[in-house]
Design a protein around this ligand. Structure first.
Ligand SMILES: Cc1cc2nc3c(=O)[nH]c(=O)nc-3n(C[C@H](O)[C@H](O)[C@H](O)COP(=O)(O)OP(=O)(O)OC[C@H]3O[C@@H](n4cnc5c(N)ncnc54)[C@H](O)[C@@H]3O)c2cc1C
Length: 303
């Protein structure tokens, strides 16, 4: 039934696909379906089809902040990537971007057009949709500083717009971490800058990342949120947990805040390591670390 309906509307999809290939942690079993809608109409059709068939679904960007489970995902995953990668300059300093574009692509666009404000995000390996959902940030900047509005599909499959004051941005938090919705398009308000300055700033941030983070390992970035007034990585380091392993999941020796997959880690290993780190940090320092990495499961996020 699902297959026939997707075929009827010429919606691209794959069946029984390993989530390892769609997440930067490179962990996870198979998803029943992964769909790649080419337009908002197709996204809406997908939702109609899945609802009619009682099939759970969720949305994934570049998979750089998710842990997919070993048992996979019994349902459909909507991926808005290459078909949702258009960017348009609305005026001198305003750009409208589709949510499947990567931050890296948008930074290149900004550099080319002498737009400043997004440099902080040039090394974050996510999509615009994932960055809005997480209010991604680094080096003193966050999505909330530059977003004007977000267009999304609400749970009734209607197109809606939220202005920045209604986006409930907080530390790794947005309207979408609490409400269902598929982010389609974002308007950013940037500033005019000088290309060499923008270029140097981006390079400096990239160098800092490569010097401090395990960029060549499978990871989802910082596994834990920053506790109030402290850094998760400093606490983990203080507790002597770097190098601690469960199976192939390891607390990075380069950056204590990153839990990495050395190659064959399972989600079970990874979750056990998260628990162990939380337990040890709590026992030794009194801080309870909160997980930043999202779990790709029906319980945690089913739109
Ligand atoms: C090496 C490395 C470094 C990193 N450094 C940073 C950093 O400096 N700062 C930082 O903030 N993060 C960092 N991250 C984490 C991650 O890149 C960001 O959180 C990023 O914004 C996630 O984007 P994504 O497209 O990969 O989202 P995904 O991981 O695919 O999804 C994350 C969440 O967003 C939801 N989502 C994705 N797209 C949409 C959409 N269109 N509509 C609705 N919901 C959506 C998903 O359902 C999921 O719940 C890093 C990760 C890695 C691997």
């Amino acid at each position: 039934m699902i297959k026939q309906q997707l075929d009827k509307f010429h919606i691209l999809y794959k069946q029984n696909i390993s989530l390892k290939d769609y997440t930067t942690l490179h962990i996870g079993g198979k998803a029943d379906y992964i769909v790649f809608p080419k337009s908002v109409f197709e996204v809406q059709k997908c939702i109609e089809i899945f609802n009619k068939c009682y099939m759970p679904y969720t949305v994934l960007g570049r998979g750089s902040n998710v842990l997919a489970l070993d048992e996979g995902y019994k349902g459909a995953i909507i991926i808005l990537t290459d078909y949702f990668s258009r960017v348009e300059r609305l005026n001198e300093t305003c750009v409208k971007v589709e949510s499947g574009m990567t931050l890296k692509q948008l930074c290149q666009f900004c550099l080319k057009h002498n737009l400043t404000g997004l440099e902080f995000a040039c090394g974050i390996p996510g999509s615009i949709g994932g960055a809005i959902y997480m209010n991604a940030g680094a080096y003193g900047g966050e999505m909330k500083d530059i977003v004007e509005s977000v267009t999304y599909l609400d749970e009734q499959n209607n197109i809606k717009i939220l202005l920045k004051d209604d986006l409930m941005f907080g530390y790794r938090h947005s309207y979408f971490t609490e409400h269902q919705g598929i982010i389609l398009e974002v308007i950013y308000q940037l500033d005019l800058g000088e290309q060499p300055v923008i270029h140097d700033k981006m390079n400096e941030f990239m160098e800092r990342r490569y010097a401090r983070q395990p960029m060549d390992a499978y990871s989802a970035g910082s596994t834990f949120k920053r506790p109030n007034g402290y850094y998760a990585s400093a606490l983990i380091k203080e507790c002597g947990l770097q190098g601690l392993c469960i199976g192939d999941a390891e607390v990075s020796r380069k950056h204590a805040g990153f839990l990495i997959n050395k190659g064959k880690a399972t989600s079970h290993d990874f979750l056990q390591l998260i628990n162990k780190v939380q337990e040890r940090v709590y026992e030794q320092t009194g801080y309870m670390l909160e997980r930043e990495v999202q779990i790709l499961s029906h319980k945690e996020k089913t739109l």
